[in-house]
Design a protein around this ligand. Structure first.
Ligand code: ADP
Ligand code: MG
Length: 785
């Protein structure tokens, strides 16, 4: 355990030995007391010396040792924010927001001075000294100012998570730092990691010529006793429930943290635990702060509303949850002892509304034991106070991506040994703890990988590829990636960007450069770039924003009895939103547009939450979409002053003509994701043949296009559960293909019959051609171009 007195001495010494500048920070007593308990405080002097003397430094230390909250403060006090800003990147938005708040609070500075910037929002100002941001945001900034001249220091936090953007930033900064040095305006790079596995950064000779020094922060962890289960049960949700019940009823006080794989599971377990330990605590609450007006108030478990229950995209994959939640409580034999203290059960996952996320940092109401059920958000990015027991299911949900076909699927797999140890470590922050692993030591030893695969090897790299091309990085294969993506991944990304006409002969085209400026995927950027006609821009912006935000329309809420009714109600509502004619052909995207438009009308009347609950929308998603729409609108306004800005988020449904044009715009961005109906209703009901895949793909039951089954469709994504499904489907006409996706068409010379003709009103010559489309060679008879 840390020794406050020793730490205090160290701080004094540091202050004496760092004479040049020392910016005073006045902290509250309580805060200062808490800080002194952090192991990193004792290392301040050493850390600052290494940073002062080296351009690049790696800091490695256990989660909770104080890296994220303290290192920016050390730098601030040493004067690094006097002329320029201190940048801190986080792979997770949750962490960027929470950490900026915490640091501002610790330093007694305003959110103007310690601020954050994430994709949808931020509060940075000219006064900002310390800026927390997501790694994606800093990568965009590199595009506009390659040398990052605003900053004196860049801290890349959570580098062990190996997020794609952090990986790229390390590569870029390995070049930017020497360039800034040459200009006589040095920039410091600090890479922070929660594990000691840092060889990818230190021994990679392409990255840094001289291996940067590594400061290891003493972990000062309390011992955590790890208990393996004798047998490994597949039903880990049930096992987690039983374990939590046992811990709560039999073991001394101390918070419980349970790791599951997804939000659906988290919500199911939260519900079950709340049912098992209903919370009705009488506490005294002084309502008006007047001592005589004391009133007794009942506190129930924090209410769970539908807003929390956004469902993972892969409904089918979650069917497993349904089975698990069907288990009768009677099956569980752990009987609560009579005097078990009440249990304060809270969910935690990244899509949870921010104010609910913050609940976990607060002390539970008097007499309650805290129990947080979390996805791996709580593994390293957030440290929850006072956890003594960790229950670890040992799995995590990962999104797998097939490099060739682009099919995504979610699978629940074993985590790595490194992750399991991180999770266990969460129990030893404030005292000795226990970690209950819901699997056997044999599984751990024989099946678990040592470390997880870096994200860059697991997802499409199109946007990175384009962004790097726009930074004039020509030979992307030679880029100093900490772990390089494989060649096939790079090749397919390059090909897709060529089809989009964002790249030509290895260079970014003017369209590509415009596209790369938008904070959305290249295919969406192209759709925006093509929308300057027929007042389409507000619709395209809305659609692109909605498609960029996860889980807008809920597919299935809780597993309650009334669910089926709700689902039927939502389905009929969506069919109504889809309308007829071109509107229906816009399909699932029309539903999305109208849902968002309607939600904004409801919001302007102050009924957003209610509307979302009644219509199966996720309220937080609607708010995010609004922010992204505003941001995209502003960016387009800067690039194109003549474009009308839409500040009012309310949006009437598009006209029939607009709906048709929107289908074409969608085609321009998703031309590589086309499927054609299979004419075999018996074997392949709702089946389609995708352009670039052998296996058939299917229209999901939630698609409004099941009624019409158009011949040609485009889809936003294909994903695999029990079958391969398309998501976000819109109908298109085959004669549009040569115009919007010429690169995938093989066209004949113009036919002489009918003759080419000149249209004086638009100055174009039209002619008729025959040809074929795509890898499947679909013939395109007599199309006019
Ligand atoms: P690291 O980055 O090394 O994992 P942090 O700097 O995130 O460590 O955390 C240091 C300490 O600050 C932890 O003990 C954590 O509990 C505490 N802490 C962080 N955020 C908050 C908060 N919002 N409220 C209370 N304590 C917090
Ligand atoms: Mg941290």
């Amino acid at each position: 355990p840390p020794e406050p007195a020793k730490a205090e001495k160290q701080i004094k010494k540091t202050a004496e030995r760092t004479p040049a500048v020392y910016v005073d920070v006045i902290r509250d007593k309580e805060i200062q007391k808490a800080r002194l308990k952090l192991p990193i405080l004792a290392e301040e002097q050493q850390i600052m010396e290494v940073i002062n003397e080296n351009p690049v430094v790696i800091i490695a230390g256990e989660t909770g040792s104080g890296k994220t909250t303290q290192v920016p403060q050390f730098l601030y006090e040493a004067g690094y924010a006097l002329k320029k800003q201190i940048a801190v990147t986080e792979p997770r938005r949750v962490a960027a927001v929470a950490m900026s708040r915490r640091v501002a609070e610790e330093m007694n500075l305003s959110p103007r001075e310690v601020s954050y910037l994430i994709r949808f929002e931020g509060n940075t100002t000219d006064d900002t000294k310390i800026k927390f941001m997501t790694d994606g945001v800093l990568l965009k900034e590199v595009q506009n100012d390659f040398l990052l001249t605003k900053y004196s220091v860049v801290i890349l936090d959570e580098a062990h998570e190996r997020s794609v953007y952090t990986d790229i930033l390390i590569g870029l900064l390995s070049r930017i730092v020497p360039l800034r040095h040459k200009r006589g305006d040095p920039l410091k790079l600090i890479v922070m990691s929660a594990t000691l596995r840092i060889e990818d950064f230190t021994t990679n000779g392409r990255l840094f010529k001289k291996a940067p020094p590594v400061v290891k922060v003493d972990s000062r962890q309390f011992p955590v006793t790890v208990h393996f289960d004798k047998r490994t049960s597949d039903d880990y949700l049930k096992a987690a429930f039983e374990k939590a019940v046992k811990v709560h009823t039999k073991l001394p006080e101390g918070g419980i943290l349970i790791f599951l794989t997804g939000q659906q599971e988290v919500n199911t377990l939260v519900k079950k635990l709340r049912k098992k330990f209903p919370l009705k605590v009488k506490i005294d609450e002084d309502i008006d702060n007047k001592p005589k007006k004391k009133k007794r108030k009942e506190v129930y478990a924090p209410e769970v509303n539908l807003d929390d229950y956004s469902v993972d995209w892969d409904n089918e994959a979650c069917d497993q949850d349904e089975e698990l939640s069907d288990h009768d409580d009677d099956e569980i034999d752990a009987t609560p002892s009579v005097d078990a203290q009440p249990l304060w059960v809270l969910p935690l996952y990244s899509l949870l509304p921010t104010h609910k996320q913050n609940e976990v940092f607060k002390a539970p109401p008097g007499g309650c034991r805290l129990c947080v059920v979390s996805t791996n958000v709580a593994e390293t990015s957030l440290t929850i106070p006072n956890i003594k027991y960790v229950v670890d299911c040992g799995r995590s949900k990962v999104k797998l991506y097939d490099k060739i076909t682009g099919v995504t699927s979610y699978v629940v797999t074993w985590t790595s040994k490194a992750s399991a140890d991180q999770r266990a470590g969460r129990a030893g922050r404030t005292g000795p703890g226990h970690c209950y692993r819901l699997y056997s030591s044999a599984v751990f030893n024989d099946t678990f990988q040592n470390f997880s695969v870096p994200e860059i090897q697991q997802k499409p790299v199109d946007d990175l590829f384009l962004q790097m091309k726009c930074m004039n990085i020509d030979k992307i294969v030679n880029f100093p990636f900490p772990t390089a993506p494989d060649l096939l991944q790079l090749k397919t990304a390059e090909h897709r960007l060529e089809v989009l006409e964002a790249l030509k002969e290895g260079k970014a085209t003017p369209l590509g450069k415009a596209v790369a400026k938008f904070p959305v995927l290249p295919r969406f950027g192209k759709m925006l770039a093509l929308s300057h006609q027929q007042d389409l821009l507000p619709y395209t912006i809305c659609l692109v924003a909605a498609l960029s935000v996860q889980e807008v329309l809920l597919e299935r809420p809780l597993h309650d009895a009334e669910d089926k009714e709700l689902r039927v109600k939502w389905a009929s509502l969506r069919r109504r939103w889809a309308g007829g004619g071109n509107s229906l052909l816009l399909g699932d995207n029309m539903v999305l547009l109208r849902a968002v438009g309607a939600a904004e009308f409801a919001n302007s009347e102050g009924r957003l939450e209610r509307f979302c609950r009644d219509n199966g929308l996720r309220a937080k998603a609607v708010v995010e979409i609004r922010k992204l729409r505003l941001q995209l609108t502003n960016e387009i306004k800067i690039n194109l002053p003549e474009a009308d800005a839409v500040v009012d988020p309310r949006l009437a449904p598009p006209t029939d003509l607009q709906a048709k044009l929107l289908r074409q715009i969608l085609l321009s961005g998703m031309g590589d994701q086309i499927a054609r109906k299979i004419d075999d209703k018996t074997k392949f009901k709702y089946g389609y043949q995708a352009n670039n895949m052998e296996e058939p793909v299917f229209l999901h039951s939630s698609s409004v296009l099941r009624r019409t089954l158009p011949e040609f469709v485009i889809y936003q994504e294909i994903y695999e559960t029990n079958k391969i499904y398309m998501r976000g489907v819109t109908a298109i006409e085959p004669e549009w293909l040569p115009t919007y996706v010429p690169h995938l068409c093989n066209l004949s010379a113009p036919l002489s019959d009918p003759e080419p003709f000149y249209n004086p009103s638009n100055g174009r010559v039209y002619c008729t051609v025959t040809g074929s489309f795509g890898a499947q060679g679909w013939s395109l008879p007599n199309v006019q171009i």
